[in-house]
Write a protein that binds this ligand. Structure first.
Ligand code: MF3
Ligand code: CO
Ligand code: CO
Length: 257
């Protein structure tokens, strides 16, 4: 048996850690199901934040975003041209025709799980529905391309090909990440394929796949006022789906069903 370098060894989770991460994943899924049940037109993104915060607390969990590098809320809510890291606000209402990503990271007994879904508000234009659908397919095809002892680049290639085939772009400034015993760790899961193989994906690693797919340019800027909200440079819509996965000897397993 070859010994792993320290860079890889520390990313291999024990069976005890995996059991804890699975429980965090189950709560994370329940939180997003709770959001799905209650989200509706006319609601504010602050109300979504309250749903996430109260449900998580009631079930013994902690919302990882709150206080993370100074982030002020319990989850991220990213509407239309907002790519990610939108901050819930009492002044922001969900309007007919909006698409919104709700990104929830749950800590349970010290273990982390991270997932996000898109929600369609009221009557959404067909071209926006297509963006949301293709973004979901990108996440799924990326996951399907991950092989035990394969490389990050395998999923990036699958995602980039599918996005480009559909006339969309893949955001390059943000990526998926190792998760489980902390919020953001290696491997750095680039979703845009630049020809790099990236890190190897070994059995026992836990990481997210969360491609952000843009209708126009892949370039983004950060809102200067809040220092968080990531917006597409041309302010065209963006969509994202995220799950946490465990790499096993037999392939990828989803942690956040
Ligand atoms: N959940 C996001 C991710 O997928 C990270 C949000 S960081 C926050 O990695 F501080 F904005 F919450
Ligand atoms: Co993530
Ligand atoms: Co997330």
């Amino acid at each position: 048996m070859l010994r792993l370098s320290k860079k890889y060894q520390r990313l291999i989770r024990t069976s005890e850690e995996i059991a804890g991460i699975r429980k965090a994943g189950a709560l994370n899924t329940a939180v997003l199901d709770h959001v799905a049940e209650h989200i509706r037109e006319g609601m504010t993104t602050e109300e979504i934040d309250r749903l996430v915060a109260s449900f998580t607390e009631q079930h013994g969990g902690i919302c990882a975003p709150l206080g993370y590098e100074g982030f002020p809320k319990h989850c991220c809510t990213s509407i239309n041209e907002v790519v990610c890291h939108g901050i819930p606000s009492p002044d922001e209402f969900l309007l007919d025709g909006d698409i919104i990503n709700v990104d929830v990271t749950t800590i349970l007994d010290g273990y982390y799980a991270d997932a996000s879904r898109m929600f369609l508000i009221g009557n959404v234009r067909p071209e926006l529905r297509r963006l949301v659908q293709v973004a979901r397919e990108c996440m799924e095809l990326g996951a399907a391309a991950c092989r035990p002892n394969g490389f990050v680049g395998d999923q990036a290639k699958a995602i980039t090909q599918h996005a480009h085939k559909n006339g969309y772009t893949v955001v390059r400034d943000l990526c998926g990440h190792g998760v489980g015993v902390n919020f953001h760790d290696d491997p750095e899961m680039d979703h845009y394929y630049s020809g790099r193989k990236g890190m190897q994906l070994l059995p026992g690693m836990v990481f997210t796949i969360e491609p952000m797919i843009n209708m126009g340019t892949y370039d983004c800027f950060i809102d200067e006022e809040d220092g968080w909200t990531v917006v597409s440079e041309d302010e065209l819509p963006s969509a994202q789906w995220e799950h946490t996965f465990l790499m096993t000897e037999n392939g990828l397993e989803i942690i956040t069903h």
